[in-house]
Write a protein that binds this ligand. Sequence first.
Ligand code: 13P
Ligand code: SF4
Length: 296
Amino acid sequence: MKDRIRQLAKEKNAIILAHNYQPPEIQDIADLCGDSLELSIKASKTKADLIVFCGVHFMAETAFILSPEKTVLLPNTDAGCPMADMVEPIALTARKKELGNIPVVTYVNSSAAVKAVSDICCTSANVIKVVSSINADEILMTPDRNLAQYAAANTSKKIYLWDGYCPFHNTLSEQDVHQARKEHPEALFIAHPECPPEVLALADSIQSTSGMIKFAGESDRNSFILGTETGLLYPISKAYPNKKFYPASEKMYCTDMKKITLNNLADSLENLTGKITVPEDIRKAALGSVQKMINL
Ligand code: 13P
Ligand code: SF4
């Protein structure tokens, strides 16, 4: 199966991108694994004709927004992001108007239609940089209220929250962290900014998924508790086999991130199934927000 996938990718001049939370066998066969920011940058620059996105729907959509001349495939179109579904364009536009048309910063975990009515996008890796770059004192951030509170705590902006959250990161509690620290007292606790503020307050470092891998590599410590989706345990342990990594909670398991299989991937490459497109008017409007972020 793996040989067939690599052969098909070569024949079709395809690049296979995988998010850090994807199943191990998908990460192993991908051309590039990374966090949302790294994958969007790669999708904007690749010379491949075909982008096969092993992640969730909004990620493939972002690749299409940036590269409409390419074919973008999501090998299992059931793979979505529940947080992205917590905001839609009509309600967002109404809220923006109610707040006097202040700038809207939208997390990439959102639909193209929501990006289209936003001013700029951000990811977990660049949220502080993006928010700081806005030429206004007040901002509305969607959909993740935890990411927005993290940005508010680290910039001088007043940030209006949207009531969205990641159903997995948001379950991590202070109690879980205390328990994990008790079991691994030597470990540093690294948290993803999608975790609630009281959990972030306990963190030794707050990072995107690839930021966590980098942080662990650069640290002189040898063990880490990860406050993120448990899929990250695979690439981080692979990168540093002599270091130890523990999940802050086994509850942080995103079922959508595990929907793509090697079979889906081979099928998608062979038959071009799972094509993701965006209507041109929405794509153009969304591109403004995504491109501004990439330029930063
Ligand atoms: P990053 O990999 O960009 O940190 O994002 C995490 C995530 O939730 C992707 O869905
Ligand atoms: Fe969405 Fe959370 Fe899954 Fe990421 S981990 S895709 S934010 S539900």
